[in-house]
Unconditional design. Structure first.
Ligand code: PNS
Length: 165
């Protein structure tokens, strides 16, 4: 039977940030269970391999109080096909600022065109994290800056290792 309160939080997570973790916590107030689904997305040329991204998410969630409600997975191909296989009722995404809107609107409408089934639900990222993105985090570490407090420690260490900093 379909799980009424299952959502898929999909993304590249290259890497996971505290903004993502905040959004997950918000989502868990609404859904019984959330699958964090990492898109392989080779077209996006991620810095981290799929295995590394999954490992960092798992490590970041190691002491999460609701770990029984969170699953970490990956998918290839269309998100709506993956959603169908899981029986989830919603796609969870975060919105930071107006600049996110256009891309998110396009994606939500394309997903709806591909499948009428899942609803895309947007939650506002916590104000503390409004300015951070995986992209800007990578840029700062690559340039030798600190991202302490913005990403889990394991993520910062991994990025430093990758960039030789
Ligand atoms: O974290 P991101 O990079 O903004 O996440 C984007 C993601 C992975 C959710 C999106 O690119 C996606 O769903 N990719 C899978 C392919 C797909 O279904 N594309 C059609 C929807 S636009």
């Amino acid at each position: 039977m379909e799980d009424k309160r299952l959502a898929v939080y999909a993304g590249s997570f290259d890497p996971i940030t505290n903004g993502h973790l905040d959004l997950l916590d918000r989502g868990l107030k609404i859904f019984d269970k959330i699958i964090i689904a990492v898109a392989e997305n080779p077209a996006k040329k991620p810095l981290l391999t799929l295995a590394e991204r999954l490992e960092l998410i798992r490590a970041s969630l190691a002491n999460h109080p609701d770990s029984h409600s969170i699953q970490v997975d990956s998918f290839k191909g269309l998100l709506v096909d993956y959603i169908q296989r899981t029986g989830a009722v919603a796609i969870l995404r975060g919105l930071r600022a107006v600049s996110d809107f256009e891309y998110e609107f396009q994606m939500a409408l394309m997903n709806r065109k591909l499948s009428r089934k899942p609803e895309t639900l947007y939650l506002m990222t916590g104000a503390r994290w409004i300015y951070i993105s995986s992209r800007i985090i990578k840029e700062v570490v690559q340039a030798g800056g600190s991202v302490t407090g913005l990403v889990p420690e394991v993520v910062e260490s991994k990025l430093r290792e990758k960039f030789g900093k």
